[in-house]
Design a protein around this ligand. Structure first.
Ligand code: SF4
Length: 233
């Protein structure tokens, strides 16, 4: 049976989440990964109920037609609710909004279906680590190849997309990031996001934020050396 999207929260107007437009951001409940640096521990841990009803979100969006350009569906991990997600995106589309999906890339088949049905305009896909690093970094149970499959789907899709890495030290040292850069294609858009200490999933972990200037320099090197559309943020 088709249920409603389980939603954990909503940001009513964001200027940074959807390139080129003001958007509302909807955060879905639950995630299948456990990245220690995750800033949404509540969304990840609790799965049984919505904090915000889908109808409430739809009513809000209806009021904002013409004022907001797009709607971002983020998480948690939205693709864990494939039917409800597709249905929600259809409703949002019908109101005339552009749509963006933020995903961890572990459900390539769901991503493919959403693209096939033209339900997304832009995708931000996590590229968290080298394939062999996912199990340790995110407690990932799926085969690491699902991430490469998701990236391949985006490359074939013709959609605008970005890859993004939350850079956490000491894990993402220059050697690791360089090895990750080698897996990408010339011209591909890749954001290196600085880890921000705070209320994260693994409170006891010894994570450090990278230096802003050093990260900028690294992005510059990846642009020059690999032809990537790389930036830090
Ligand atoms: S950071 Fe990791 S654990 Fe948190 S929502 Fe994203 S994929 Fe899930």
């Amino acid at each position: 049976m088709q249920g409603k999207l389980l939603i954990g929260g909503m940001e009513r107007a964001s200027f940074i989440d959807f390139p080129g437009m003001v958007s509302a951001v909807v955060f879905t409940r639950a995630c299948n990964l456990r990245c220690g640096y995750c800033h949404n521990p509540l969304l990840v841990r609790e799965t049984e109920r919505s904090f915000v009803g889908e109808e409430e979100v739809i009513a809000f969006l209806n009021d904002r037609r013409g004022l907001l350009g797009g709607v971002v569906v983020s998480g948690g991990e939205p693709t864990l609710q494939p039917e409800a997600l597709a249905a929600f995106l259809r409703r949002v589309r019908a109101m005339g909004f552009a749509t963006k999906l933020d995903t961890n890339g572990t459900r390539p088949e769901v991503l493919a279906r959403l693209i096939e049905e033209s339900l997304v305009d832009y995708v931000a896909l996590d590229f968290k680590d080298l394939p062999e690093g996912y199990a340790e970094l995110c407690d990932m149970r799926e085969e690491a190849s699902v991430i490469a499959s998701s990236i391949a789907i985006l490359r074939r899709s013709g959609l605008a997309y970005e890859l993004r890495t939350t850079v956490v030290l000491p894990r993402h040292d220059e050697a690791r990031l360089t090895a990750m850069a080698r897996q990408l294609q010339r011209g591909e858009r890749w954001f290196l996001q600085r880890y921000r200490p705070g209320d994260v999933l693994a409170q006891s972990a010894d994570f450090t934020a990278p230096d802003r200037a050093a990260l900028n320099q690294l992005a510059e090197r990846f642009r020059a050396e690999f032809g990537l559309d790389c930036a830090s943020r």
